[in-house]
Ligand binder design. Structure first.
Ligand SMILES: Nc1ncnc2c1ncn2[C@@H]1O[C@H](COP(=O)(O)OP(=O)(O)OP(=O)(O)O)[C@@H](O)[C@H]1O
Ligand SMILES: [Mg+2]
Length: 139
């Protein structure tokens, strides 16, 4: 586990752009952390790094949003409102998790049993200053 201090949103963006370069087909980024810590913001910057030109919006009510304009397809999940694993089986999550693109999953800790062993896990916590965040990364 690696701990990183992110001072402001600009540093979140730089972290995400760098991470996006390393992502490949089948990569899964598993995000956890309290409300408002910046999971969606981080995902937007990963999308930017992948070259996604569409506007990235929070998929809270749809579970998943797909973006196909980048270097690789991006599947953005938000499982906050998923009540049981059955809902994920119904949308065919395995096709995405083990598929042709990159998955980013917000609230991944809620479906821990379904997250692949080799996922890139990032846990985000609030820091001392308003824009400060502490990232704990599995990679
Ligand atoms: N260092 C930072 N990194 C990311 N976002 C930041 C940072 N500092 C401040 N912010 C702001 O914090 C907010 C994060 O909101 P965001 O929707 O990304 O959080 P979230 O973790 O996805 O929340 P939710 O749990 O509701 O999905 C944004 O308004 C963003 O501008
Ligand atoms: Mg969010």
């Amino acid at each position: 586990m690696k701990e990183l201090i992110i001072k402001n949103e600009q540093e979140t963006r730089l972290f995400a752009l760098d991470l996006a370069k390393k992502l490949e087909k089948g990569s899964l980024v598993a995000l956890s952390g309290d409300l408002g810590t910046g999971k969606t913001a981080l995902t937007k910057y990963i999308a930017e790094g992948l070259g996604v030109t569409e506007t990235v919006t929070s998929p809270t009510f749809t579970i998943i949003q797909e973006y196909r304009s980048g270097r690789l397809p991006l599947y953005h999940f938000d499982v906050y409102r998923v009540n049981d694993e059955e809902e994920l089986f119904e949308i065919g999550y395995e096709e995405y998790f083990y598929g042709d693109g990159v998955c980013v999953v917000e609230w991944a800790d809620l479906i821990d049993e379904l997250i692949p062993e080799d996922a890139l896990r990032i846990h985000i916590e609030y820091g001392k200053a308003p824009e400060e965040r502490i990232y704990t990364c599995s990679f």
